[in-house]
Design a protein around this ligand. Sequence first.
Ligand SMILES: C[S@@+](CC[C@H](N)C(=O)[O-])C[C@H]1O[C@@H](n2cnc3c(N)ncnc32)[C@H](O)[C@@H]1O
Length: 222
Amino acid sequence: MTARLTRTLSRWSPTPDRLGGALLEILREGQRRGFLGPGPVEHTFDHALGFAGAADAPGRAVDLGSGAGVPGLVLALAWPESLWSLVDASARRCAFLGEAIVALGLDARVDVVEARAEVVGRDPGHRGGYDLVVARGFGPPAAVAECAAPLLRLGGAVVVSDPPGGDASRWPAAGLAVLGLEPDGMVRAGAAYQRLRQVELCGERYPRRSGVPAKRPLFRST
Ligand SMILES: C[S@@+](CC[C@H](N)C(=O)[O-])C[C@H]1O[C@@H](n2cnc3c(N)ncnc32)[C@H](O)[C@@H]1O
């Protein structure tokens, strides 16, 4: 168990070691099932927790392409007042996430949404309803931005992990402006986390049909 994990959980759980152990075991199981990349899950936990250093605690947040629950599950534990939607198109990953939230006692404030993000962005129950969108390994910048923007309220934020080192030129202001987004700085804390801000509500034409944001990106990253 990492000291950081215990510290994070002890802010709200009377049994941080037990809860932290359960979380790490869930991530290991996710890895065994192929829902999470290789490497020590403690590092994955640290990387996920890094998102919290790049955003204010949200009321309502969404994790796009949550996979085995990264970073959504970690952030739901770190921000005990927050409500979450973990969105993933894969039925197997969503079944796994459903079991994970029950095991962690998060089922009262975390929902699993089995759907394409492009479909969720057109659902009135989700559109414009979030303070924060997070994404890790979801797709290229233009696809992340086009799937995230429709979900955000005015003033809401996106935090997305960037490849090691980070490169702000992957997030061009002119391309983001089409979606009502603007770059809001990059946080470097071990890893790199790009921040975007929803400065105008996203236009009705976005997101485009499933698959189109990745196939015909609104902007190219240099
Ligand atoms: C590379 S994995 C990353 C998973 C997790 N965020 C992580 O960091 O380990 C990408 C995930 O996004 C999901 N995904 C990809 N495109 C999607 C879309 N358009 N809508 C919903 N889920 C999507 C996949 O099913 C997969 O679980």
